[in-house]
Design a protein around this ligand. Structure first.
Ligand code: NOJ
Ligand code: CA
Length: 537
């Protein structure tokens, strides 16, 4: 891979920072930009090539910052615009690209547009920026349709004059009307605002949901309708063509990365056509069970879907919305058939971590870009015992705890020390905004730093090798028929990755040189749930 090329997004290792939980510089128990700036050396040493920041904008935090009041201001909890600009240039000095999160489907209910809409009449241009409708029933006392919020409960909230507004997520996140040209113009301007400040890419939140069927028709929630009234409408593509034109207008073109959750790989790939988004997260891979056949199928489908549009694949194991994969892989059933978040009565964390190590090498060897969610390089598990009164996620509260929500993967990172806050905040600071487990002393970055067998060391070794290996990142791969229930493939002339998902150890080729391995090897044997990178003749 060649660093500092304009197509960095085709192969980069991209690290997701969830600013609230990364590092707290000022001691209020909440992560912030000062904290990130103080840890840039750590990220550089880790070997990542870009950082994606979950939202850092002004927000009332009804959905942890995915409810944005003003995209041109940094939330004071996180810092200032001047600090963000410094962070961008300090990252660039280290050859690290910056991706920021843009949320087009909705804004905060405190956004100036929404407060103006509330103060304006039904039918006013201000209300036309959102989805205001009259209710059903004799007095309009019933919501306009039966749509359910993705976070639980109705997707509609009534305002004092009797109208209702649509929110696919929390009531504090009113949906924008993308048929309105002002919405389109505003977002293209927001992109320019950040691109002009040196930002290299945008992560597009809920990218397939922006457009709605203006009739807002009811549908049966028990089956996925085709067409769906708000998932994957054709009009979305026009939005991203406009964004692509903005991104391409820079001398060093900016990248657009979509959060596109769609079951149909061909519909997914349409977002990645040459004049739309550059790439999108691979949620099929993220949700795949630890099973050789299932993994191989997902990998093949991914590659097949991308090749037709010329876009690079991405490989993702965790993010701020799903149960951390150390925990998922430690369950008796590693499939996510019951949902990407579940309560886990039985988790074998050692098994989960062993598989996570193997999965890291698999992921980093596959063609395309790879995403690393903060803390996965430390092997953090999901925190499943957060007391109800400390939980923050609206999903937990709006489903009355039926869905555990996402707090368990958002617990502040442990940096050093043996007790909370584990260096997340300076000494004497307020408690972290979510409690950290008493068992995390051995998982701190400091505890793992010099340990040759730690997850952190494995990530550093693998990322360094990946960057140095011309055949890794973007480009072709070739499956090998190696042994039953073993995934093996080559990249280029002399690189091989082997992942043992079978129940028995397998012999490695005897003329191979071991580059990186997820577990110690003895006598040329690859243990169960272990991956190895080899230099082959
Ligand atoms: C997807 C984001 O990843 C998630 O955290 C957020 O709650 C929803 N979109 C709504 O913005
Ligand atoms: Ca802070």
């Amino acid at each position: 891979m060649t660093p500092r090329t304009t197509d960095w997004w085709r192969h980069a290792a991209i690290y997701q920072v969830y600013p609230r939980s990364f590092a707290d510089g000022n001691g209020d128990g909440i992560g912030d930009l000062a904290g990130v700036r103080s840890r840039l050396d750590y990220l550089q040493h880790l070997g990542i090539e870009a950082i994606w920041f979950s939202p850092w904008y002004l927000t009332p935090m009804a959905d942890a910052g995915y409810d944005v009041t003003d995209f041109r201001r940094i939330d004071p909890r996180f810092g200032t615009l001047a600090e963000a600009e410094k962070l961008i240039s300090e990252a660039h000095e280290r050859d690290i690209r910056i991706i920021v999160d843009v949320v087009p489907n909705h804004v905060s209910n405190e956004h100036a547009w929404f407060t103006a809409a509330l103060n304006a009449e039904p039918g006013s241009p201000e209300r036309e920026l959102f989805w205001f409708r009259e209710g059903r029933g004799d007095d309009g006392e019933l919501p306009p349709n039966a749509w359910q919020s993705i976070f639980g409960g109705s997707a509609w909230t009534r305002v004092p004059d009797g109208q209702w507004y649509l929110h696919l997520f929390a009531p504090e996140q009113p949906d924008l009307n993308w048929r309105n040209p002002l919405v389109r113009a505003e977002y293209e301007d927001i992109l320019r605002f950040w691109f002009d400040r040196g930002v290299d890419g945008i992560r597009v939140d809920s990218a397939a949901m922006c457009s709605k069927d203006p009739d807002l028709p009811d549908y049966d929630h028990s089956v996925f309708p085709d067409p769906h009234p708000y998932v994957d409408l054709d009009e979305n593509h026009d939005i991203y063509r406009g964004w692509r034109a903005v991104a391409d207008s820079y001398s060093e073109p900016r990248a657009l990365i979509g959060e596109v959750w769609l079951a149909d790989p061909d519909r997914f790939a349409q977002y990645l056509r040459a004049d739309e988004l550059h790439s999108a997260f691979n949620f099929d891979f993220l949700g795949c069970s630890w099973d050789p056949t299932a993994l191989r199928t997902v990998i093949d489908q991914t590659l097949a879907a991308h090749v037709g549009v010329g876009a690079p694949s991405t490989w993702v194991l965790s993010n701020h919305d799903v149960t951390r994969h150390v925990t998922r892989y430690g369950r008796p059933d590693t499939s996510t058939a019951a949902g990407i978040r579940q309560y886990n009565p039985v988790v074998d964390e050692d098994l989960g971590r062993r598989r996570a190590r193997a999965a890291a090498l698999l992921t980093m060897a596959l063609p395309g870009a790879v995403y690393i969610y903060q803390g996965e390089e430390l092997g953090l598990p999901e925190v499943e015992d957060i007391p109800a009164h400390r939980r923050d996620d609206p999903i937990y509260h709006r489903t009355n705890g039926e869905d555990p929500g996402r707090d368990g993967c958002r617990v502040p990172l442990p940096w050093n020390g043996t007790t909370e806050p584990y260096g997340f905040s300076p000494d004497g600071a307020a408690s972290p905004w979510l409690p950290q487990p008493a068992t995390w002393a051995r998982l701190t970055a400091a505890a793992q730093d010099a340990d040759p067998h730690s997850m952190l060391t494995l990530y550093r070794q693998a990322l360094a090798r990946r960057a140095a290996e011309p055949a890794l990142g973007d480009g072709p791969m070739q499956w090998l028929d190696y042994a039953p229930d073993v995934l093996a493939f080559t990249r280029g002339e002399s690189f091989t990755c082997i992942v043992n998902l079978s129940a028995t150890p397998v012999q490695l080729p005897d003329d191979a040189q071991v580059l990186v391995t997820s577990q110690p090897l003895s006598q040329g044997v690859l243990p169960v749930d272990t991956s190895v990178w080899l230099r082959t003749a």
